[in-house]
Design a protein around this ligand. Structure first.
Ligand code: FES
Length: 163
């Protein structure tokens, strides 16, 4: 008789423990879902693009990076790029790689020290100003910062080039 009582007690203890474990898992998941926006990192949206050492002073460098976007249950990866420039190795500028006329990709001409857009023969100065051609404004820029010698940008926060 004493064995039956202790077996019953044991089974009740197991069931209570499993219920508590399930409750903790479900409660933690639900709480995390509802509270996560309050604890989101301030720097969300910044993407690591590469080392500051990849950009030499005075000569723009095009760096490629991968963007990951959640679409429902899927994560979609896209390759993008940006042109980086620094004059002192501490402060950096990141240009959108699309021309501000009709979006063609431009390139850096080291001899002329200008960006050249082949679509309608536009040229931009090293600081992004329009030198010639039809573009209505300077090159657009990404917000950029340096964290532990790494370049980071926010690709979705493109800042329009100011004329
Ligand atoms: S798209 Fe670059 S000049 Fe037209």
């Amino acid at each position: 008789m004493e064995n039956e009582v202790s077996r019953r007690t044991f089974l009740q203890w197991i069931i209570a423990s499993l219920s508590a474990a399930i409750g903790l898992v479900l409660g933690g998941t639900g709480t995390g879902y509802f509270l996560s926006p309050a604890f989101k990192k301030e720097d969300e949206g910044w993407i690591d693009v590469g080392s500051v050492r990849e950009v030499s002073r005075g000569a723009p460098v095009k760096l490629e990076f991968t963007q990951r976007k959640k679409d429902g249950w899927m994560t979609v990866e896209t390759r993008s790029s940006a042109w980086f420039l620094t004059s002192n190795g501490r402060d950096f500028v990141a240009f959108d790689p699309r021309c501000t006329h009709l979006g063609c990709p431009y390139r850096w001409d080291a001899d002329k020290k200008q960006f050249l857009c082949p679509c309608h023969t536009a040229t931009f100065a090293v600081d992004g100003r329009v030198v010639s051609g039809p573009p209505p404004r300077p090159l657009d820029r990404f917000p950029v910062k340096v964290v532990r010698e790494r370049l980071q940008i926010i690709p979705q926060a493109l800042e329009s080039g100011k004329a």
